[in-house]
Design a protein around this ligand. Structure first.
Ligand code: IVH
Length: 672
C-alpha cells in the first residue's frame, strides 16, 4: 500500500480527534458540523478500502454497534472506595481540623470540586491509548464497558499533548447532562416506558445498556477527578488534573485550590446556590488534600480516604405560588389535576407544573387558590407538591375544587366506584382522548411508527387528517407534504413507518388499540388465548375471565370495547389495511431450549432490558414465566428493589436469585 492513504488515514484521525476535543471538551468548535461529517466520511471510506489499517480507537468507531453483548467483569487495580459524607459547613470544618492534627501542624492546601451526580468509571490508558473502561461494581470488581465508553465523544481514545505516563488510571463520573436527560425522559414518556428518576439512574442504566449504538444516541458526558499510577506528572492532585486536562480529558473548571478554612467555607457558600445554574446534576462538593505525599500519610479508613470528604447539598425545596389548577384529559378519559406554578428553579430545572394526581390528594393537602406551595425534587426528578405554607394564603381564598364537567368537551364527569379518579365518558367525541389514542398507537412499544412522534400525532389530529387510528393508514404522501414542517424526507419516513407497522405482531396491535386495562402484558395473554381478532371480538366476558391472570374487570372492559360499533369499524379498517390480526407461528430460529422448561419469576426493576423483554427472552428460550413465587419456581430473575417479602419467600424455599448479568450469561451458553 502506498504511504499516501496510510498517511491520510492517520492525519484524518488526528484531526478528527482534535475537533472532537474542541467540540465536546472545550465547547469551542473550529469547524462546522458539516465539515466534520465530511472528514469522518472520508476516513470511513479510506478505512473500508484499507482494512489492514483498522483501529478500534479510530474516531469512526464511536458510533457504537447494534450487536448486543454482555459484560465481562474484572478486578480493579486499586479498589474504588467511596467518600465519607458531611451535611454541614461545621462537619467539613471538623474534617479540616482532623487533617490539620493528623499532619502534625504541617501546612496544607485543599482542592475543592463539584461532586458530580452520575456513575463512577475507571479508565486505563497504556501508551496514550484507552485500553479498558470499568464500572465501579462492588468497588472490588466491576463490569468492562469499554465499547459503551468509546461512544462518549468527550473521552479521548488517544491522548493529546505530551507528558502522559505509559500506564495510568483515571477516574471520573459518567453523567447525562440535564438537557439530554430531559430529552430521553420525554421520549420514554411518549413510548410509555418507565421514566428514569434522575440523571444518575439514567447514566448508570445507559452505561450498562447492551447495545452501544443506543448508548451513543443518548448523549452521555464525563468529568474526570482523580489520577492514579506509578509515575504521575506532579506531586499534587491539582497539577495532575491540569496535566490530565492537557491530554484531552474533561476536568471541571470549578476545581479550585483552597488555602485556608475560610476559603473552604466560602467555596461551600458560593456553590450551594450557584450549582443550580450548571448544565449537569451535582449532589455536593468534594474536598481533597492537594499534596500526594500528604494524601499517602493520611491514608484510608476501611471504606474511604481520610484525605477527602464529601459535602452533600441539602435536599432541594422551593416555595412558589399556585397560579391555577388545570384539568387534563388522558387517552382513557381520566382527568388529572395539574398545579400550574409561578416558575421556580429547582435542582437545575425550572418547574412550572406538577401533577396533583387526583381529587383526594388536593383535599389532603388542603390547597386553596393562589396558595404558596412547597415543591420538592429530592433525588427524584418529577416535582412533587409536598405542602402548603398557610401563612401565604390570600384573604378570602377558596379551597381548590374539582371540575364537574370535562374541560375539553363539556361532558359531565363520572367517578367509578372505588377509584380515585374522575373520568370523561365521551370516548369518541372528546378531542384529547382521540389524539391521545393516536399518540399511543404510534408509540415505540405499540405500532412503532417511525416518523410520527408526539407532535406529529397532535398535528395530524389537529389538521383533521387523522380522526382515529384507522385514518393513519389512509394518509397519502401529498397530504403530508402540505403539513407544516414536512418535506419529502419526513413524508416518506411516515409512509415507510406505516408500511413497516403492518408486520407488528398481533399482541402489540391489541395493546395499541387503547382498550382500558389492557396493557402490554395483558395484551400478550389475550393474544395467546384468542389467537385471531375474530375470536377475540366474539369472546364473552366469562370466556375472557377464564384466561389466567385476566380478571372480571379486564374481561368486561374488552367486551365493552368490542361491543361498540365505532371500535368494531376501526378494527375492520385496520384489518383491511393489512395489520397483523392473528398470532404468527413463532419462527424456529428464535427458539432455543436453553432454559429447559424451567419456571422463572421476574421481580424488581432492571437496567439492561425491560421486564417485557425478559419475559420474551424466557419464553423464546424454552422457559416459563410465573407471576408469583411458589415451590414450582426454579429461578428468580431479581432486579433492583425486589421487595423484602419476596426475598424472604425465595430464601425460605431455597430458590436461587439471578442477577440480570447472570441470567443473560445463561442464554449466551452455546446451543447444545
Ligand atoms: S473522588 C477515593 N471526586 O462520588 C476518592 N468523587 O461517594 C474517589 N464523585 O464514587 C472519589 N464527583 O462516583 C471524587 N469530584 C469528585 C467526585 C466524586 C463525584 C462520586 C464518585 C465516587 C462518589 C463517592
Amino acid at each position: 500500500m502506498s504511504t499516501e492513504p496510510r498517511q491520510r488515514i492517520l492525519q484524518l484521525r488526528q484531526e478528527l480527534n482534535r475537533h472532537n476535543h474542541n467540540y465536546y471538551v472545550l465547547n469551542s468548535p473550529e469547524i462546522s458540523d458539516r465539515e466534520f461529517d465530511f472528514m469522518l466520511k472520508e476516513l470511513e471510506a479510506l478505512e473500508a478500502e484499507h482494512p489492514e489499517m483498522a483501529d478500534p480507537l479510530s474516531p469512526t468507531q464511536r458510533v457504537g454497534s447494534d450487536l448486543t453483548s454482555s459484560f465481562e467483569q474484572t478486578t480493579h487495580i486499586h479498589p474504588m472506595l467511596s467518600l465519607s459524607n458531611t451535611y454541614s459547613i461545621e462537619e467539613v470544618d471538623e474534617w479540616f481540623g482532623r487533617v490539620r492534627a493528623a499532619l502534625g501542624g504541617e501546612s496544607f492546601s485543599v482542592v475543592g470540586e463539584m461532586k458530580f451526580d452520575g456513575t463512577s468509571i475507571s479508565l486505563i490508558y497504556e501508551h496514550g491509548r484507552l485500553v479498558r473502561a470499568v464500572t465501579r461494581g462492588d468497588g472490588e470488581r466491576g463490569d468492562v464497558v469499554t465499547d459503551n465508553i468509546k461512544t462518549i465523544r468527550s473521552i479521548p481514545l488517544e491522548l493529546q499533548g505530551e507528558g502522559w505516563p505509559d500506564f495510568f488510571e483515571i477516574r471520573g463520573e459518567i453523567l447525562l447532562p440535564w438537557e439530554a436527560f430531559d430529552k430521553l425522559n420525554k421520549e420514554r414518556e411518549f413510548n410509555e416506558e418507565p421514566l428514569f428518576a434522575n440523571p444518575r439512574n439514567a447514566a448508570a442504566g445507559t452505561l450498562k445498556t447492551l447495545n452501544s449504538r443506543e448508548v451513543a444516541r443518548r448523549g452521555l458526558d464525563a468529568y474526570f477527578y482523580y489520577l492514579l499510577g506509578p509515575e504521575l506528572p506532579a506531586d499534587n492532585h491539582y497539577d495532575n488534573m491540569v496535566a490530565a486536562r492537557s491530554w484531552g480529558f474533561k476536568v471541571s473548571g470549578i476545581m479550585t485550590l483552597l488555602n485556608s478554612l475560610e476559603e473552604v467555607d466560602n467555596f461551600i457558600r458560593h456553590w450551594d446556590t450557584e450549582r443550580r445554574n450548571l448544565p449537569v446534576a451535582t449532589d455536593g462538593l468534594v474536598f481533597k488534600v492537594n499534596s500526594m505525599r500528604q494524601q499517602l500519610n493520611l491514608g484510608f479508613t476501611a471504606k474511604s480516604p481520610r484525605w477527602a470528604i464529601a459535602y452533600k447539598f441539602p435536599a432541594e425545596r422551593a416555595v412558589t405560588r399556585l397560579r391555577f389548577v388545570s384539568f387534563e384529559v388522558g387517552r382513557m378519559g381520566i382527568i388529572t389535576p395539574v398545579a400550574n406554578l409561578e416558575p421556580v428553579l429547582l435542582s437545575g430545572t425550572i418547574v412550572k407544573r406538577a401533577s396533583l394526581h387526583n381529587e383526594d390528594i388536593i383535599k389532603a393537602l388542603g390547597i386553596h387558590q393562589h396558595d404558596l406551595l412547597y415543591v420538592e425534587k429530592g433525588g427524584e426528578i418529577i416535582p412533587k407538591i409536598t405542602g402548603v405554607d398557610e401563612n401565604g394564603r390570600q384573604p378570602g381564598a377558596e379551597p381548590v375544587g374539582f371540575v364537574s364537567h370535562c374541560p375539553a368537551c363539556g361532558t359531565p364527569l363520572v367517578r367509578v366506584e372505588g377509584e380515585a379518579s374522575w373520568q370523561c365518558p365521551n370516548k369518541f367525541g372528546c378531542p384529547p382522548q382521540i389524539a391521545g389514542r393516536v399518540e399511543h398507537f404510534v408509540g415505540r412499544k405499540m405500532m412503532n411508527i417511525d416518523g410520527v412522534g408526539e407532535e406529529t400525532a397532535q398535528q395530524l389530529f389537529a389538521t383533521g387528517l387523522v380522526r382515529n387510528i384507522a385514518d393513519l393508514y389512509d394518509l397519502r404522501r401529498e397530504q403530508l407534504l402540505k403539513l407544516d414542517g414536512f418535506g419529502p424526507r419526513s413524508a416518506d419516513r411516515v409512509i415507510e413507518g406505516l408500511e413497516a407497522s403492518r408486520s407488528v405482531p398481533y399482541d402489540r396491535v391489541i395493546y395499541a388499540l387503547s382498550i382500558p386495562f389492557v396493557g402490554d402484558t395483558v395484551a400478550k395473554k389475550v393474544a395467546k388465548a384468542f389467537p385471531d381478532i375474530d375470536r377475540l371480538m366474539a369472546a364473552s366476558a366469562p370466556q375472557l375471565a377464564a384466561v389466567k391472570d385476566i380478571g372480571p374487570r379486564i374481561a368486561e372492559s374488552i367486551v365493552e370495547y368490542f361491543s361498540n360499533t365505532e371500535n368494531r369499524a376501526i378494527v375492520e379498517r385496520l384489518k383491511t389495511a393489512g395489520l397483523q390480526m392473528s398470532m404468527e407461528e413463532k419462527s424456529h430460529e428464535d427458539l432455543t431450549d436453553l432454559l429447559g422448561g424451567r419456571t422463572f419469576v421476574i421481580s424488581g426493576t432492571f437496567t439492561l432490558h425491560s421486564r417485557e423483554e425478559y419475559k420474551e427472552l424466557i419464553e423464546r428460550n424454552g422457559g416459563k414465566n410465573a407471576g408469583s413465587i411458589s415451590k414450582k419456581t426454579d429461578y428468580i430473575l431479581a432486579g433492583e428493589n425486589m421487595g423484602p417479602a419476596k426475598r424472604e419467600k425465595a430464601a425460605t424455599l431455597g430458590i436461587p436469585l439471578l442477577s440480570e448479568d447472570e441470567f443473560l450469561a445463561m442464554l449466551n451458553q452455546p446451543r447444545q
